[in-house]
Design a protein around this ligand. Structure first.
Ligand SMILES: C[S@@+](CC[C@H](N)C(=O)[O-])C[C@H]1O[C@@H](n2cnc3c(N)ncnc32)[C@H](O)[C@@H]1O
Length: 259
C-alpha cells in the first residue's frame, strides 16, 4: 500500500462545514481536513484549543505548542483567536510540521472565517516564508515529513494538537514509534489533544506512558486527551480495555514497512 501519493497532493476542493466555515477535501488522503459535522472552526476550538488551555498551567514564561500538521492552519489561528479573548502573559511558540508547501503558499488567498481576520497578516507571512515572529509569538512551519522534522525540535512541548488525517489514511503519524518521538520532545506537563478515540491509538499513547482521558466537551464528538501527569478528568482505564479485548494492539511502524 503506498502511504503517500504526491502526484495527487494538489488535487483538492473546498467544502463548507456545518458551522459555516470552509475546509478542503484532499484526493490524496480521500478525506476532508476537518470534520464536516463538527465544523472546522468549532472542531478546532472545542477539540483542541479550549481543552488544552484549560488544562495547562499558563503561569509560564513561554508555552511551546506542536500543531500536527499545519494544513489550513485552523489550529494555529484558533489558538490566536482564543488568546485574544483569554489573554495570558506567556510567550507562545508554535511549531508545525507540514509536507505540502504549495498548500501553505496558497493560504494567503484562503476564505477564512471572520474570527481570523485580525491574523491575516500572520497568514501572509507564513504563506511567504513559513515563519512569523513578534514579541509575544513565534510560528515556525517545519516543511518536510513530520517523522523527519519532529526529532529535530529542541524545545520542550507543552501542548500537542494531534490532528493528522485519520489513522487509516495517515498511519505513520499514529504509530507507537511516532508517539515515542512525541514523548521525547514533550514537557512533563504536556497536554495532547486528538479527535481519535480508537483503542489502537489510545494503546500507542498508553504504551509510551501517557495517561488517557475523555475530551471534556459537549460541543463536538468526544476524542482523547493524553498527558504524562494525572488530570482532573474522566479517565480511560486501558488495563480494563486490554482485558476485555486481548487482540487490541497499537499501530507499529513495521506494519507499514518503516523501521
Ligand atoms: C487533517 S490535515 C490538518 C488540518 C490542520 N490541523 C488544520 O487545522 O487545518 C493533515 C495535514 O497533514 C499533512 N501531512 C500528512 N502527513 C504528513 C507528514 N508525514 N508530514 C508532514 N505533513 C503531513 C497534510 O499535508 C495535511 O495538511
Amino acid at each position: 500500500m503506498p502511504l503517500y501519493n504526491p502526484s495527487k497532493r494538489q488535487d483538492k476542493r473546498t467544502v463548507t462545514t456545518n458551522d459555516g466555515t470552509i475546509t478542503l477535501y484532499s484526493s490524496e488522503f480521500d478525506e476532508c481536513y476537518h470534520s464536516t459535522n463538527d465544523g472546522a472552526l468549532n472542531e478546532s476550538l472545542n477539540k483542541h484549543i479550549i481543552p488544552a488551555f484549560k488544562l495547562l498551567d499558563t503561569q509560564k514564561d513561554e508555552i511551546n505548542i506542536l500543531d500536527i500538521c499545519f494544513g489550513l492552519g485552523y489550529n494555529t489561528l484558533a489558538t490566536l483567536h482564543y488568546l485574544q479573548n483569554n489573554p495570558i502573559q506567556s510567550k507562545i511558540n508554535i511549531f508545525s510540521p507540514e509536507f505540502d508547501k504549495e498548500l501553505v503558499v496558497s493560504l494567503k488567498d484562503f476564505d477564512y472565517p471572520n474570527e481570523f481576520t485580525p491574523f491575516l497578516h500572520i497568514i501572509e507571512e507564513l504563506s511567504e516564508s513559513g515563519f512569523y515572529s513578534d514579541d509575544k509569538l513565534s510560528i515556525e512551519i517545519l516543511f518536510g515529513d513530520a517523522r523527519e522534522t519532529l526529532p529535530k525540535i529542541k524545545s520542550k512541548i507543552d501542548i500537542v494538537y494531534q490532528d493528522p488525517f485519520s489513522p487509516k489514511k495517515n498511519p505513520l503519524l499514529w504509530t507507537r514509534e511516532y508517539f515515542a518521538t512525541i514523548k521525547a520532545i514533550a514537557s512533563k506537563e504536556v497536554i495532547l489533544t486528538t479527535y481519535s478515540s480508537a483503542t489502537s491509538i489510545r494503546m500507542g499513547l498508553y504504551e509510551n506512558g501517557f495517561l488517557l482521558y475523555e475530551t471534556p466537551t459537549k460541543e463536538v464528538r468526544s476524542g482523547t486527551i493524553a498527558s504524562l501527569r494525572v488530570l482532573n478528568l474522566k479517565s480511560i482505564d486501558m488495563e480494563l480495555k486490554k482485558s476485555r479485548n486481548p487482540q487490541a494492539h497499537s499501530l507499529r511502524d513495521e506494519m507499514f514497512c518503516l523501521n
